[in-house]
Write a protein that binds this ligand. Structure first.
Ligand SMILES: [Zn+2]
Length: 304
């Protein structure tokens, strides 16, 4: 057998599976066209069900095909893992940088200007990049006044990118109810009356506690799942699903810590909840992917 034949014979199993480079394929193809013996060997390999073949040689390239599929799967998984990891880092960074920092009341924080039509204009200092207003309609409880609660905040993110300048809002009266305007400090201290008559005692704007309940709920679900896991741990089919579900509550809890830190009080519950869920879901995907990558790696190691 010529030297080139020997090389081609070695390459043939890969060639049949289409697992060689274009250049190698050209080389083998040219040789096959010119060499009768190798051509015969090639035809032989192409039809693995030929009579008289011992069973263990029936499909010589099958393990190679499996290996190739696994390698592709592994590459896809690594790419996904990296992508999700980057997404977790970016979203966490955004959550931390955009955390609202509420301004406590100071004399230079805002200017109050009553208008002739009974409405009140408020101009915020330009360091207040964001504000919101809650309107509480006139009822018996608030002495028939149209109450407004303003809160002003900024964030590291907005200090970098937002230059809105001083913002002005106009708070109109409703019907013949007098306007009262409060500044909500969101730090546990009393709201400050900016305009209108003082009535009764002070008001403290309270933080939302619902995120604390959600965190508690996540912990409860985790404990229940742990008990279920103990019960079904001998049944691998069910156990696998329980183990996947077990990762959900801790993912949520870590999302909570990233967004809120070690507190459950929030003055912006909707924003915080959306971010916690988004980061939690991404973390969960990351854990699942890492888990199956670990499995694949162990399997790969055991075949060596
Ligand atoms: Zn040959």
């Amino acid at each position: 057998m010529k030297r080139e034949c020997s090389i081609v014979r070695d390459l043939l199993p890969l060639y049949v599976e289409g697992m060689v480079s274009e250049e190698t394929a050209d080389f083998v193809g040219e040789h096959l066209a010119a060499c009768q013996l190798c051509q015969e060997e090639y035809q032989h390999l192409k039809q693995p069900t030929d009579l008289g073949q011992p069973p263990q040689e029936e499909r010589p390239a099958a393990p190679l095909r499996l290996l190739k599929r696994k390698l592709v799967g592994k590459r896809v998984q690594t790419a996904l893992l990296a992508g999700v990891f980057v997404a977790v880092v970016l979203l966490s960074a955004f959550a931390i940088l955009s955390t609202p920092r509420y301004f406590p009341y100071t004399g230079d924080l805002l200017e109050v200007t009553p208008q002739a039509d009974g409405s009140v204009s408020i101009t915020l200092n330009e360091r207040v990049t964001n504000y919101s207003v809650f309107a509480v309609p006139a009822t018996q409880a608030n002495a028939g006044r149209m109450e407004y609660y303003i809160e002003g905040w900024t964030s590291v993110w907005e200090q970098w990118f937002s230059h809105r300048g001083a913002q002005t809002m106009t708070l109109p009266p409703r019907g013949n109810a007098a306007v009262a305007v409060y500044y909500a400090q969101n730090n546990g201290q009393e709201d400050v009356l900016l305009y209108g008559d003082q009535t009764g005692g002070g008001v403290v704007t309270l933080p939302g506690l619902v995120l604390g309940y959600y965190l508690f709920l996540a912990m409860a679900v985790f404990v229940v799942l742990l008990v279920v896991w103990l019960v079904v741990r001998k049944k691998p089919q069910v156990r696998q699903w329980v183990e996947r579900a077990l990762l959900l509550p801790p993912s949520y809890a870590v999302g909570h810590i990233i967004v809120l830190g070690f507190t459950t009080k929030s003055y912006s519950t909707t924003r915080d909840f959306i971010l916690i869920v988004a980061i939690g879901v991404l973390l969960y995907c990351l854990l699942l992917l890492a888990g199956s990558a670990f499995h694949l790696w162990r399997e790969w190691k055991s075949t060596r």
